[in-house]
Design a protein around this ligand. Structure first.
Ligand code: GTP
Ligand code: MG
Length: 135
């Protein structure tokens, strides 16, 4: 079965949206495989967002994502990567459609509540980074 890495980012945890995100995942039919609340080290954050290393917002993004506990989830189901990206909505929450997580709960591009892997290759890499014990 396809798997993806979902993060409820520190803004989502601080705002009490963990239950909301998990409810939506479960209602959709995605199955929880792993879950852990943790605060990322700078090293893990920089590896996770390595593709954005040269972007002007990289420093700010790393500060944000390491700034408090986040909930890391592995979920599985048919086309899990695509399914969760559709549920999350556009990166910019102002452009994200109502009904999506970002569209319903956020306004700022950085503080956009959730992360979802963007391809099966990214999912494999990210699941390996967060949950090395999962095969
Ligand atoms: P992720 O699932 O978190 O990877 O989001 P995404 O795939 O929809 O967007 P992308 O990978 O392009 O960007 C990663 C994250 O960086 C976003 O989710 C935002 O939290 C943040 N980000 C993206 N663009 C900007 C920006 O222009 N400014 C700031 N401050 N943060 C940004
Ligand atoms: Mg991304």
């Amino acid at each position: 079965t396809d798997r993806t890495l979902v993060l409820v980012k520190p803004d989502g945890v601080a705002r009490g949206l963990v239950g909301e995100v998990i409810s939506r995942l479960e209602a959709k039919g995605l199955r929880l495989v792993a879950a852990e609340l943790r605060t990322l080290t700078r090293e893990v954050a920089e590896t996770h967002y390595g593709e954005h290393r040269e972007r002007p917002f990289f420093g700010s993004l790393v500060e944000f994502i390491t700034g408090g506990p986040l909930l890391a989830l592995v979920v599985e189901g048919p086309r899990a990567v695509e399914a969760f990206r559709a549920m999350a909505g556009a990166t910019d929450p102002v452009k994200a459609a109502p009904g999506t997580i970002r569209g319903d709960f956020a306004l700022e591009v950085q503080n956009n509540i959730v992360h979802g892997s963007d391809s099966d290759e990214s999912a494999a890499r990210e699941i390996g980074l967060f949950f090395p014990d999962l095969s």
